[in-house]
Design a protein. Sequence first.
Lengths: 587, 278
Amino acid sequence: MNEDYSIILEDVTFTYEGSKKPTIKNVNLKIKRGEIVSILGKTGAGKSTLIYIIGGIIPNYIHGDLSGDVIIEGLNTREYSLYEIAQHVGVVMDDPEAHIVSSTVWEDVAFGPCNLGLPRDEVYERMMFALEATRLTELKERNPYNLSGGEKQSLAIAGILAMRPKILALDEPTSMLDPLGRRRVYEVLKDLNRKFGITIILSGHDIEVIVGLADRIVVMNEGELILDGPLSKVLQETESLKKAGVRLPEVTRLMALLKEKGVWKGSLPMTLEEAYNYLAKVFTRKKVLFKPYQPEKEKLVKPTATEPIIKIRRLRHTYPNGVEALKGIDLDIYPGEYVAFIGQNGSGKTTLARHIAGLLKPTNKEAEILVASLDIRKARMREIVRKVGYVFQIPEHQIFHSITREEIEFGLKNLEFPKNEIDRKVNEILKMLGLEEFKEEWPLSLDRGKRFRIALGSILAIDPEVIIVDEPTTGQDWRESLYICKILKKLNQRGKTVVIITHEMDLVAAFATRVIVLCKGRILLDGTPREVFSKPEILEKTWVQPPQITRLSQKLSKLCAIPTMLTVDEMYDYLVENLKEVEMTWF
Amino acid sequence: MVLIEYEAKDTIIHRLNPVSKIVWLGGLGLLLAMYLEPQPLIIVFAWEVFIGCLAGISWRKLLSRAWWAFVASIFGGIIVMFWVVNPEQFWRVPRDLACKTLIQLTPPGTPILGHTAITYGGLIWFTAGVLRITIAIIAACIFTFSVPLSDLTSLWSMFLPYKLSFILTSGLRFYPVMAEKTQDIITAAKSRGWDITSKNPVKRVKAIYPIIFPIVREAADLANRMALAAEMRAFGVKRPTRMTTLKFTPSDIFFIMFNVFITGTLVYLWWFCGLGKL
C-alpha cells in the first residue's frame, strides 16, 4: 500500500545541467514512515543528489534533467515549490554553518516558522519543541557561530525541525565532526525517530558509525542502487560493499576474512559485542593457548637520529578571544617518524601543528620552536615552507588556479624555482598522486578526494622535510583516505617526517609510528599506537576511542592472553596462527 | 562592517531599544563632526567607555579585532598632520602658537608636497583626529555588540521591505564568516610560499590575484548555500511573524533624554562658546 510510504521514487534518473552522464540512474526506492534509512556509497556515488531529489531541491533549486516520479508524503515534487515540500521533508546539508541565518540560536530556530507567518504562540511552541528535541534549550541565547561542531549540526537540524517535517534528509551530517559531535548528532536523530516517529534518511561512507541507528541500508554505486535491506542482511554482501567503497566495521571485516579462510561459518557480526560473543564462545570452549606476541612494527619505531627534526619547548598560545589553546608544550619529533596528533576538537592539535609550520606564533616569549635547525619564530615564511609543508583540512582553501598543473606549480613559482625544475617536479608529483589524466582539468570540477590530492601535491612539490596533513579524511570515502595515508607512508619510508591530525583511529593504528594525544592544550599521552591505545581509560578523558579491533582484543584479553591488537590484518594473522592447531571449523 | 558580533547579554544597554542606541550614535556622530579639539572629545570618549562597560563589551576582543583600524587612523592622522601649517586652519587657538614649527619637513614652495612640517596645531589636529576615529570605531562596536541582527531587521523593515532588510542584515552577518574564511585562504597561500612583502606595487597587486579567486568563490558558494537554506525555510513566502516587538521603556526615555541633553549642551558650548573649535 502506497499510503504506508513517506517516500516513493519511481524509475528516477537525473542529469545535472551541463553534464552528459546521469548522476542517478533508474532509482526505485520506497521508504516507510518512521524508518531510519542510511544511504551508503563512495564519493561520487550519487548519495547527495539522491538526498537533494528527496528534499525537492532538485528540480526546484538545482536544475537538470529529471525523469521518473518523486512522491514525498503524497506530493509530486515537480508540482510543488521548495517551501511547500520543506514542510514535509527537511534537508540538512553537510556544512552546518550554511544553515545559520540569525544571530542567536532561538532566532535561528524560529526563522522558518516566522517565515510561514504563523501566530507568535505557535512559532514559540515549535521553537521550544525543536530546541528541546535537539538538546539546545540551554544554549538558546548563544551566538550560533560560538557553538561546537556537533551543536551547530544540531542547530541545523533544529531549524529544519521547527518546520515540522515528517521526514529528515541529512547529507553526510557528521562528515565534519569529531567523535563527540558525531555521537551527539546520532543521539538526537535516534530521539527524533523514537519519540516523534520522524522518518530519517542519511547519507554517509561508513557502516560502523550508523550501526545501532539505521534500520535499513541502501548502497549506491555509480548512481545506481546496488543493495537495499536491513543492516544484518546487507553486511553479508561483503564483495558488493567492497565494490561500492563502503567501509565495513572492523569486526565484520575480521570475521569476513576468517569466513573466507573457511574458519568461520556463521553470519557476520555488526557490532563489537556480537563479535566478542562469537569469539569468546570459541576461546572458552576450545581453551586456546595464545602465544606471546612481539609485533614487528614496534621494532622499527626507535628513532635512529639523535637530533630531533622538530624541537618544541615551553610553547604556549592564547588566542585573541582569551582561549588558551596550548599550555606549555615540550615535544621532540625525530626524522622519519610518522606521528599522529589526536584528541577532541579544541584540544590544541591544529594550533600545535600550525606553530610547527610557522602559521601561528607563540604568545609567550620563552617558547622555542626549531624545525630542521631553523628557528621558526624568527624565520621568514619562504624559508619555513622549504622545511615544513602544511596541507589544510579543506582543500578548496588551498586551490588558487583553474588548471591542476598550475595549482601544483604555485608554490614552486612563489619560491622562484627554475622552469625546468618546476616541470620535472610537477610531472613527478602528478604521476605519484595519480593525477596525470587530470592535469589540464579544473581542480574544482574533480571530486573531493582528487582535490585533496591536488592540495597535497602542491605541498609535496616543494619537497619539504616535514609534511603536516590536517584531517586527511574529512569528507572522503574510505578508499580515498586509505590512498592518501599510503602515499604519506611511502614518503615516510623515503625519509620524510609525517605528522597527521585525525579522528580516524583505525588509520592511526595502521600507519602511525607514534601517537600524541592532546587534551585541553597539553600532551596527555605520547607513545606508539599500541602503548597509547592500551590506555583506554586515559583516552576517554578526551573522548577518543581506540579502533574497534583494539577494543575487541582488549575485551577478549579479560578471557584469555590475547595482546592488544591494532589492525584487522594483525588480529587475523594472530588468530589464524594461534588457532591452526585447534579444530578449524569452530562451530 | 562588523568588528564585534552581537553577544546575548542581559545588560542595561542590551535591553535598550535599538532606536535609543541609534539616537546615541547620531548624537555622537554630530559631535565628532563638530569637535576638532581633543579636550572635549575626551569627555565624549569617557562617556562612550562608560556605555561600553555597561554593555559588558570585551575591550580585549575589541582591540584584537579593531587594532588595524586604530593603527590606520594613527597613520592617516600623521600624514594629515604634516600639512596643518596654515594659520587660516585655526580660529580659536592663537595662530602664532598653532603654526609654530617644531620640525620642518619640506619648505614652502616644494613641488607637489608644498609646505609640510610638524606644528603644535598639527599635533592637536592629529590627537583630535585619532580620538574621533577611535570613538567612531568603538561606538560602532558597542552598537553591533548589543543589537541583535533580528532587531536590526525589524528596525530596517519599518522603512524597507522585509526581504531587503533581511538581505542587509545577512550582509552584516556575512562579514565575520568571510573574514574567517579569507584568513584561512591567506594562511593556506602562505604555506606555499606566497607573500606580499615586495616593495614593488605592481608585484604586490599581482601577488594578491591568486587569493582573490578562492575568496570570491567561497563568498559565492556561501551566499548560494545561505540562499538555499533560507528558501528551504520558507523565506519570503509570507509576511513573517515578528517574535520581538521593539518597545520603549522608561530606561529608553531616560537614555535618549540624557543623550539629547549631553549632545545639546556640547553643541551649545560649541556654538556659543567656541568649545571644540581649533
